[in-house]
Design a protein around this ligand. Structure first.
Ligand SMILES: NC(=O)c1ccc[n+]([C@@H]2O[C@H](COP(=O)([O-])OP(=O)(O)OC[C@H]3O[C@@H](n4cnc5c(N)ncnc54)[C@H](O)[C@@H]3O)[C@@H](O)[C@H]2O)c1
Length: 512
């Protein structure tokens, strides 16, 4: 039997992950239209069609990033940190102090990762683990990367998105000796070059992959398939990347075990619900300065994201309508006090339209034509397919960029609608995401890496695994001290009565 996920004495260390079932989740039509962006294809063309995850505008860090006029590509610069290392490629190493402050601020809201670091002072569960990572490079992921390093890992990192890197954070990481290859505003060619520099270093064979979107995994499959002989596992965060892994598994091409972090309860419940509950208001305010009290809003889709958005708007005094296709979620909306309507019934009167269905063409040109003057239209779903933005690119309509990420689309009679982020994810494009929520996901990623790295031969096959409830409960428990929360313990008698182990798991694996 291998090591416990929490690798030490805790209330959880009796339960191990080898019982994890490789449950495969069926995703609905996930075809995504890739954002068409001008890309600067440079000298060494490594490119393939770039993925959604790497191009979605993600500007939560934008306000902090380097706005210097230095147009020289980081690839053409000689770079060295204060210790003389040049095994990195970033925008500007001089920003390191600024980046370090950003990381320290994030650390305050990432208590579980900091707790893992404390525990690692005695033992290093990732000792010898060569981890190659591809995620957004922000203050929050820096806390994760530095935690992995504290746990004993040697990390090399690239960005999963060409716009999301906080340059000063990349500088702070490089200064501490991390091999980071990323800057804000990479070209498509730069993007693959950075990934390649992470993976392809003589004498450095990765043991673990931490991916967000699947591009790094894809690159290794395409360019260095032999590396998989020594790779112990993949941890994948995003819906897109997980979908790719299931496709590989179905085709019998997945050659190492993979952990699906995206579908863990802690990610779904917290990222989708609580993150959106806070960031929907932030995104709308930053872009439009709208006052919510008394406004009429319609939220399309009452899943986790829809529930968060609806609750936030209601709390601000807005009148909220909900649309749904699923009678169960529809009934939940009714019981939560929202009016369930068809979009066509309210489209003329509402001030704000928000899509969060994960579906396509939820708001179509006919709806857009009928909206009232000044109606705000935005999307909180994963891809930019929910609002038929392409249908607005017709000669009779005028587009006016009024602010970053804010377009007025004007009809011939003068009516205008306010389209946010051109129909892409509002919160990731126009606001920040709460650090505490990212802490929950990042902790899950760290524990998944530890588990895969330490698992004995045979515990995991070449399949995609969901995290067991036990690990979800452990991640949640690490965040409870922040709130000075006092968890009730089951008595022996109660545990027996419920048929549970006193230390959990407290719910079956299928519980959501
Ligand atoms: N913005 C963010 O930060 C963020 C965070 C997590 C997830 N997401 C994305 O948001 C989307 C929704 O996520 P979720 O967790 O709420 O999913 P979910 O499946 O729980 O909810 C989606 C709901 O939309 C309903 N729906 C589908 N088609 C519809 C239609 N035509 N009209 C009305 N309702 C319809 C479904 O019945 C479902 O109840 C996904 O694309 C997800 O990837 C965004």
């Amino acid at each position: 039997m291998g090591r416990c996920v929490c690798w030490g004495p805790c209330g959880y260390h009796n339960v191990h992950l080898h019982g994890t079932v490789g449950v495969q989740i069926q995703f609905a039509d996930q075809k995504q239209e890739f954002n068409k962006r001008p890309t600067k294809i440079g000298r060494r063309s490594l490119s393939r069609s770039i993925s959604q995850s790497s191009t979605d505008s993600y500007s939560s860090a934008a306000s902090y990033t380097d706005s210097s006029d230095d147009e020289t590509s980081p690839r053409d610069k000689q770079q060295k940190n204060s210790k003389g290392s040049s095994d990195f490629c970033i925008k500007n190493i001089k920003q390191t102090d600024f980046g370090r402050r950003e990381i320290e601020i994030a650390e305050q809201e990432m208590p579980a990762l900091m707790a893992l670091r404390k525990r690692a002072q005695g033992e290093k569960p990732l000792a010898g683990a060569k981890v190659v990572g591809c995620t957004h490079i922000t203050a929050q992921t820096a806390v994760l990367i530095e935690t992995l390093t504290a746990l004993g890992a040697q990390c090399r990192w690239a960005a999963c998105n060409i716009y999301s890197t906080q340059n000063e954070v990349a500088a702070a990481l490089a200064e501490r000796g991390l091999s980071v290859f990323a800057w804000k505003g990479e070209s498509e060619d730069d993007f693959w070059w950075c990934i390649d520099r992470c993976v392809n270093l003589e004498g450095w064979q990765p043991k673990m992959i931490l991916d967000d979107g699947g591009d790094l995994t894809h690159w290794i499959y395409k360019k260095y398939p032999n590396m998989f002989k020594k790779i112990k596992g993949i941890v994948e965060e995003s819906v897109t990347g997980v979908h790719r892994l299931y496709q590989l598994s179905k085709a019998g091409k997945l050659c190492v075990p993979a952990m699906n972090v995206n579908d863990s309860v802690t990610k779904q419940k917290f990222d989708n619900l609580y993150c959106c509950r806070e960031s929907i208001l932030d995104g709308l305010k930053r872009t439009t300065d709208v006052m919510f009290g008394g406004k009429q809003a319609v939220v399309c889709g009452y899943g986790e994201v829809g529930k968060g958005c609806s609750a936030a708007l209601k709390a601000m005094g807005a009148i909220v309508y909900v649309t749904e296709i699923d009678p169960i979620c529809a009934l939940q909306a009714c019981m939560d006090g929202f009016r369930l309507v068809k979009l066509s019934e309210v489209i003329r009167q509402v001030d704000i339209v928000i899509t969060c269905t994960g579906n396509k063409n939820v708001v179509v040109r006919e709806n857009l034509d009928r909206m009232k003057n000044g109606c705000i239209v935005c999307n909180m779903g994963h891809s930019n397919t929910e609002i038929d933005v392409a249908s607005l690119r017709t000669p009779e309509l005028t587009w006016e960029r009024v602010r970053s990420q804010v377009d007025h689309v004007i009809w011939p009679d003068g009516k205008r609608i306010v389209l946010l982020a051109e129909g892409r994810l509002l919160n990731l494009s126009c606001s920040t995401v709460p650090t505490f929520v990212l802490s929950i996901t990042a902790t899950t990623q760290a524990l998944a890496l530890i588990e895969l790295y330490n698992a004995p031969e045979g515990r995991y096959k070449q399949d995609v695994y969901l995290l067991p409830k036990k690990m979800d409960e452990y991640v949640a428990s690490l965040h409870l001290p922040t709130f000075d929360a006092h968890l009730t313990e089951l008595s022996e008698e109660q545990a027996k009565y419920l048929g549970l182990n006193k230390n959990g798991p407290f719910k079956p694996n299928y519980y959501r």
